[in-house]
Write a protein that binds this ligand. Structure first.
Ligand SMILES: *[C@@H]1O[C@H](CO)[C@@H](O)[C@H](O)[C@H]1NC(C)=O
Ligand SMILES: *[C@@H]1O[C@H](CO)[C@@H](O)[C@H](O)[C@H]1NC(C)=O
Ligand SMILES: *[C@@H]1O[C@H](CO)[C@@H](O)[C@H](O)[C@H]1NC(C)=O
Ligand SMILES: *[C@@H]1O[C@H](CO)[C@@H](O)[C@H](O)[C@H]1NC(C)=O
Ligand SMILES: *[C@@H]1O[C@H](CO)[C@@H](O)[C@H](O)[C@H]1NC(C)=O
Ligand SMILES: *[C@@H]1O[C@H](CO)[C@@H](O)[C@H](O)[C@H]1NC(C)=O
Length: 457
């Protein structure tokens, strides 16, 4: 009897095809081979994986496969931990909000019943605002269900890793195919869940945490969102002009506790505080120009420079605090963005998506928000949020969603502790806002609501 190769169809919800190669080793000797790969009608990537022939399933091959499964499960455990931390944090916020809303609702009902005859117009207005908020409650409930789901994931992974660990001791005692499909199934659901929870709409900003007090009143500091979990290298740029020295601290801990850093010299000084680091590459606005430079920090190499068409510079369209903050670069979940203003758009904010490598403008959106009236702006999940001042009492006042090309007025409070914010940027890796507040380096956590379509409720 000829042992036929077993065919396994694995469907992964993946972002890029490269990940397939990482998850499934190629080549028959390694056990698995990618047979074909094509996007299905929903844009998902389908991989047909040919499992090894029986003869190859020797003890050694199985051990190797088990080791890989185990590693995969360990990786999942890490992802789940991150997810869990975020979800728990958001859940606390959600629960507080829900209690408040329900409390308000009861109060309204009481007032309404007691004074039905002579309700003031103001009360009516308040009540209709409250009614507008009510549909949020099912969203909150969905959120609680998601948090439960994460806990369930955690338990499943724990169970699975103990099975795998036992199995490593005693190979052959388990149906390998079933095990593989359990891992795959779990991985698939985890990916879907991560994707769903990763993005959303900003609904809250935590109290600030002062990480350090250093430098002048104006500057920029950040960590790199493209580094692996655990890498918290800090990049630090003091001042908004006449400076070309970037400080690099090994970790956030290092930044807080020691003044121990390496210095990298840029080929040109920067303008403003809109720099961003992505994958150890600094993107910055060259002084006295609308040129953007892409600079690889470890080898101090200028990789690309390109001008940003029509962008105002040299304090033509800065943020409200001035400081040559005409061009603000930022990175969110979907890539690199430039925020600036043009004469063509009457000094209102223009948002452009840039190619990470060539710095070419891929697409632009014209907002109706005057750049000089914005305190700062930051991008989360393709939505730009603008504050209405760099001074105390500022709030996130306006948002522009590039996905739908629509804007919205918002009322999201945050505490401006040292009264002058010259930089505010979102980091998609730790979902935090980094701020330079009058010579203090400050962090805020953000709460994001994933947007749930009504047919999911
Ligand atoms: C687990 O994660 C590490 C680091 O991200 C990666 O190198 C490795 O290939 C992953 N293993 C599997 C089986 O996905
Ligand atoms: C994990 O294992 C325990 C004990 O065997 C079992 O009761 C529980 O249902 C399992 N959980 C999941 C999510 O499979
Ligand atoms: C500073 O960093 C260097 C190299 O990274 C290290 O050799 C040195 O011990 C550090 N000094 C302090 C005071 O941490
Ligand atoms: C980071 O840059 C390296 C090359 O230096 C590249 O191989 C890698 O894919 C990049 N990572 C991301 C997340 O863009
Ligand atoms: C953009 O909008 C479309 C349709 O409105 C939606 O399906 C998609 O998930 C949105 N993408 C993001 C990143 O929000
Ligand atoms: C953000 O949340 C994390 C996890 O809950 C916490 O460790 C961290 O201190 C918080 N940071 C701020 C600025 O509140």
């Amino acid at each position: 009897m000829q042992p036929s190769p077993r065919l396994l169809i694995l469907t992964f919800l993946i972002l890029i095809s490269i990940q397939v190669a990482q998850v499934i080793p190629e080549g028959a000797e390694d056990g698995w081979r990618v047979f074909s790969s094509a996007p299905d009608s929903e844009g998902r990537c389908i991989c047909t994986v040919v499992a090894p022939q029986q003869t190859l399933c020797s003890r050694d091959a199985r051990t190797k496969q088990l080791r890989q499964l185990l590693e995969k499960v360990q990786n999942m455990t890490q992802s789940i931990e991150v997810l869990d931390r975020r979800t728990q944090r958001d859940l606390q916020y959600v629960e507080k909000m829900e209690t408040q809303m329900r409390g308000l609702e009861t109060k309204f009902k009481q007032v309404e019943e007691n004074h039905k005859a002579h309700l003031s117009r103001q009360f009516q207005a308040l009540k209709s605002k409250m009614d507008e908020l009510m549909p949020l409650i099912p969203v909150l409930e969905q959120y609680r269900a998601d948090a439960k789901l994460v806990l369930q994931f955690k338990e499943e992974v724990r169970n699975l890793s103990s099975v795998l660990a036992e199995l490593q001791e005693e190979i052959g005692a388990y149906d390998y195919e079933e095990l593989q499909s359990r891992v795959t199934n779990l991985e698939e659901r985890l990916r879907a869940c991560m994707q769903k929870l990763a993005c959303g709409k900003l609904t809250g900003i935590s109290n600030p945490l002062t990480v350090k007090t250093s430098g002048s009143r104006f500057g920029a500091w950040m960590t790199d969102p493209a580094t692996p979990e655990g890498d918290t290298t800090v990049y630090y740029m003091d001042g908004y002009h006449n400076n070309r020295f970037v400080r690099v601290y090994k970790s956030l801990q290092n930044f807080m506790n020691a003044d121990n850093f390496t210095v990298h010299r840029l080929p040109h000084p920067w303008s403003g505080t809109g720099q961003v680091v992505y994958n150890r590459t600094l993107y910055f606005n060259k002084y006295q120009s609308h040129i953007i430079i892409r600079f690889y920090i470890p080898s101090e190499r200028l990789l690309t420079q390109r001008s940003l068409p029509y962008a105002g510079y040299n304090n033509m369209y800065p943020y409200s605090w001035g400081g040559h903050s005409d061009i603000d670069l930022m990175v969110d979940e979907s890539g690199l963005w430039a925020v600036y203003a043009t004469n063509q758009n009457a000094g209102n904010i223009v948002i452009s998506k840039l190619d990470l490598t060539t710095l070419e403008v891929l697409q632009s959106w014209n907002t109706g928000y005057p750049k000089r009236s914005a305190g700062e702006a930051f991008m989360i999940c393709g939505t730009l949020y603008m504050t209405n001042s760099h001074l105390g009492g500022a709030k996130v006042y306006y948002s522009y969603n590039t996905n739908t090309s629509t804007y919205e007025y918002t009322d999201i409070q945050f505490h401006n502790q040292y009264s002058h914010i010259s930089m505010l940027d979102y980091n998609p890796k730790d979902r935090a806002l980094y701020a330079w507040n009058n010579g203090h380096q400050v962090l805020y956590n953000v709460t994001l609501f994933h947007i749930i379509k009504s047919d999911e409720l």
